[in-house]
Design a protein around this ligand. Sequence first.
Ligand code: C2E
Ligand code: MG
Ligand code: MG
Length: 661
Amino acid sequence: MLLNLFSVRTSDEELAKAVRVALLKALFASRASLVMGAFSGVVITSAVVYFCPSPWLIAAGALLVLTGIGRIASFGLFQPGSADAGTIKWEIIYQFGALAYAAMLGLVTFLTILISDDLRLHLLTAATSTGYAAAAAARNTGRPGVAIGQLLICALPLSIALLIQASVPSIVLAIVNLLYITVMVDITLRTYKTVLDAFIDRQEKLRLATVYERLSRTDPLTGIDNRTTLKRNLEELLDRRDGQIAVIWLDLDRFKQINDTLGHNSGDEILQSVASRLANLAYPSGKLARFGGDEFIIVTPVKDSQDAMALGDRVRFSLTEPVELENGPVDISASIGLSISNEYSTADELLRHADVALYEAKAHGRNCVQLFDPEMERRLLNSKQIEHDLRRAIMNEELEVYFQPVVDLKTLRVKSFEALLRWHHPVNGSVPPSLFIPIAEASNSIGAITEWVLMQACKEAAKWPNGLSVAVNMSPALLNMRSLPTLVSETLLRTGLPPRRLNLEITETALVEDNPETKIVLESLKNLGVSLSLDDFGTGYSSLSHLCRYRFDAIKIDRSFLANVHQHSESRAVIQAISSLATSLELTVVAEGIETFDQLMYIYDHGCAAGQGYYFAKPMPGRDVPGYLERAERERAALAASLSGREDLDVERSGPGRMVA
Ligand code: C2E
Ligand code: MG
Ligand code: MG
């Protein structure tokens, strides 16, 4: 039992503060029982002193009354909050009061038995002290040290006094009392253990409930609110209706690529860093949440739309700073959609509008802020319809590949054809690729479409004379797809087209991010033996570093430059600069959009090796290609004649009627 007592002390010290506080509150909980206990003690002691007015008993009785009053006072001062603030202080006060009162009662019993001969008084005090000891042990089970202490100092003096009397009945009674004390100590310890287990169990349940409640409200990675909480917050903000509420919905640009190339841990660090930057802007007036993946939402009261746009810009700006990771800085950016409440807005509607605006921001080349306007929703619905129809277009045979010739300007012979996709929509008629290709890219159907175009183009080209090649446009979205080289080589194998007769056109946007995956894919394509052209050069970033880093064979100057060549000196300057740059890098320059003889002469004079445009032919179905080639050969002679006198043209040497690539 002693060992039990020690283990109680140790476990007592290890108790969580919350459990100690709860136990302490339980001690102070029943004021009535304490008052009753103190009151009966005082009445019985007064009776004893009355019948046996010994100075010792009077002194002990007076001390008992004072202790009783002190305890009642301490109970009066204790408030439920006191336990949390000063657990130890109140524990000491309680223990001191309890032990002092028990000691006084024990002393009164001890003195009564030894001083008085009145058996009625013996009975009264013995019954009081044993009864009090039992009551105290039960009442203070929550603090077993106090309970057992009270038990011992209140009931032991009875046994001692009885043993001092040394009569047979008194010795028997003393022993019985000792057994009683032992049993009470054991019961107290056992009850304490049961009470403690129940307390700890309850505490653990409460803790788990708090944890689950927090998890259901927050995003575990960043610690900010989740979708459900944000929606509730937005509804509350709208209910208050004091001013306008802005919803700022942002999506990190190309986060999937970052995640795929740098690994998920880096991705997580980036998301955490973004969350903390956004928290600085959102709090304290607004709320911030992560909407899964790489999407975040801020909802906040704003003065007007200008105020909201300014905040949107600050959000965008805050993400232009690279995130510092262990392996170096990572550039990030975000596309942001913004919506603002009116008198009747609902949370769902505001969120939908911000989402639509976000879609628009992504379509506008990302890293920008778009404020919702109803026109956007109409456009989006339209593009959703296109997306839906496009998925069925291949199956329904609504797609067709057209071919536009590219002419070698030295020989005036067709050297290749560019494959250009056409969509004959059953209801809308001909849908231009500039409209549906971006939608196919955004909806991930571009892979299937490109696969199909590649197959048709290679099949068709395999039927052409040996020197002619075919060019296929590759969407930037496909260039970090490791499976692309396999797809290309399988298509070449199946169609029997030699790799040197396939050219892949890539727009510069595909290279802007310097993605290592893109470099690997382009290298593998080059190693297959296919050639690569940089398409629409001059419209995007036109970076020299791209030309040096990747092994291109040709540059295609965008047709917008040629369209303005006779009006704008800037366009002329660009064409000249690109031509001389390409010559020094040993790249072939192809001019797009030659519509007139003047334009043809201009680009020829400025060193472009090849040209493409309506002047030679518009894109045509595959079945028209053989007829076109024959016609072109005849027209070549006429064109050569009109160009006669220009010695640099190699038309005569090549001879009419032969196809030269
Ligand atoms: P692009 O690759 O720069 O193709 C050249 C575009 O210029 C074609 O437009 C062609 O019809 C047009 N064009 C050629 N010569 C002239 C001319 O003298 N005057 C004018 N005004 N236009 C001329 P198209 O067929 O509408 O294609 C537009 C763009 O759509 C293409 O630009 C290309 O980026 C994309 N595209 C077309 N087919 C595919 C495809 O199969 N896959 C992918 N990823 N993109 C494609
Ligand atoms: Mg092209
Ligand atoms: Mg082009």
